[in-house]
Design a protein around this ligand. Structure first.
Ligand code: NAD
Ligand code: MG
Length: 390
């Protein structure tokens, strides 16, 4: 029996992980901890079903509600930052790091400190604090498995091949819901349009990131960290069918790819069973029905976020931390109707220009820079009034 923890259990990736546990043979897994931000009802339902040793709601104000929701079950619950870190630190064999945004940084680090396996979905943590995270994994001997479908694909394609034979890797991008829009249409994209992804069903933040293509930019940085490659060895191709998730080109000219239906349960199952394989009841890819696989070079003029992220990776130091923090503020403002769609990349660029490339030597430096970038980005937002009302 393997003990597992899910950080961000109520989210899109968290629920896909839960779905795999539900389908697994009885007794295959025991749950150590489950956490969520503030969705107490959903979290309590999961806790009743899986009976973890600890159930935590990150928002301290929801602690009482969680205790009440678990009354009579004998289950231990907690609330707030310290409880979240305790949940991440409970001994496990495998942790799913699926909190969205830099909020996942400390809990993911706590999980890495255990020296076991961490399946990483929380790409923002790796973008914001790449060196700190990798150093934590090295120090404890923890294994970091990539959950993000592109990185998981590349990880699979690299298995059994010498690292020095890798010439380059290719991340595919669906192109998101705005792929074919004109400049005029892009300027008018609403939150409802941006979160309606044509292929993947995901949380709101990553859906907006997919629409701006910042998601692919974050993924280029994520890939650089995970696979130790420079930006010029990480290519991005728009592939609207989302059947090929990632490719690796080797020194002899061979390209190996991983394909599958666009369903996160496949990469999660790969991480859950690694180095074995487990059955997953996901739709199978029907290549004959698809008939065509298309690949295009991304248009960084219409989608400047991808270029901004590459630049942040190239200049290094604190730039990725700033990029991520400003983007989180911009996406939240866009979802709240305070910023137009094109304003997201504009704001990120402005904050990057303003802050330069301060060094980030340790976790405290990352957190301080993250806070400063959020403050500047928030101050640079247009005055609080619904855009539609103007
Ligand atoms: P989501 O919004 O659906 O879920 C996020 C989870 O984190 C929820 O359980 C929420 O309660 C928790 N959370 C949010 N804010 C928190 C906070 N401040 N403190 C503690 N917990 C908090 O997001 P998602 O789509 O599941 O994405 C999770 C992560 O996985 C993101 O980093 C995303 O980029 C990455 N990812 C997601 C997908 C996908 O298909 N959804 C694919 C690849 C990578
Ligand atoms: Mg991805």
């Amino acid at each position: 029996m393997r003990r597992i923890t899910i950080l961000g259990a109520t989210g899109s990736v968290g629920r896909s992980t839960i779905a795999l546990l539900e389908a697994a043979p009885e007794g295959a897994f025991a749950v150590a901890a489950l956490t969520a931000h503030r969705d107490v009802a959903a979290l309590a339902a999961l806790a009743r079903r899986f009976r973890p040793d600890l159930t935590v709601v990150a928002d301290a104000a929801e602690g009482m509600a969680l205790r009440e929701a678990l009354a009579g079950t004998g289950l231990r619950s907690g609330a707030g930052e310290a409880a979240l870190l305790e949940a991440a630190s409970l001994p496990t064999d495998w942790t799913m790091a699926a909190i969205v945004g830099a909020a996942g940084l400390r809990p993911t680090l706590a999980a890495l400190a255990q020296g076991k396996t961490v399946a990483l979905a929380n790409k923002e943590a790796l973008v914001s604090a790449g060196e700190v995270m990798l150093a934590a994994a090295r120090a404890s001997g923890a294994r970091l498995l990539p959950v993000d479908s592109e990185h998981n694909a590349i990880f699979q394609a690299m298995q059994g091949h010498p690292a020095d034979a890798v010439e380059k890797i290719i991340l595919t991008a669906s192109g998101g819901p705005c792929r074919l829009m004109t400049d005029e249409q892009l300027a008018a994209v609403t939150p409802a349009q941006a979160v309606r992804h044509p292929v993947w069903s995901m949380g709101a933040k990553i859906s907006v990131d997919s629409a701006t293509m910042m998601n692919k930019g974050l993924e280029v940085i994520e890939a650089a960290r995970l696979f130790g490659l420079d930006s010029d060895r990480i290519e991005v191709l728009v592939h609207p069918q989302s059947a090929v998730h990632g490719l690796v080109q080797f020194s002899d000219g061979s390209i190996l790819a991983q394909l599958g239906a666009p369903d996160m349960r496949t990469p999660i199952a790969h991480c859950l069973a690694w180095p074995d394989r487990m059955a997953a009841a996901v739709p199978r890819l029907d290549l004959a029905a698809l008939a065509r696989l298309e690949f295009f070079t991304p248009d960084t003029k219409r989608f400047p976020a991808l270029h901004l992220a590459r630049e942040a990776l190239r200049v290094g130091a604190g730039a990725p931390t700033i990029l991520n923090a400003a983007n989180e503020v911009a996406v939240a403002a866009f979802l709240a109707g305070r910023l137009g769609f094109l304003g997201i990349a504009e704001l990120v660029e402005r904050i990057l220009d303003r802050m330069g490339t301060p060094p980030v030597v340790d976790l405290d430096a990352v957190l301080a820079l993250d806070t400063q970038a959020r403050r500047l980005a928030t101050a640079a937002l247009p005055a609080a009034q619904p855009l539609a009302a103007v």
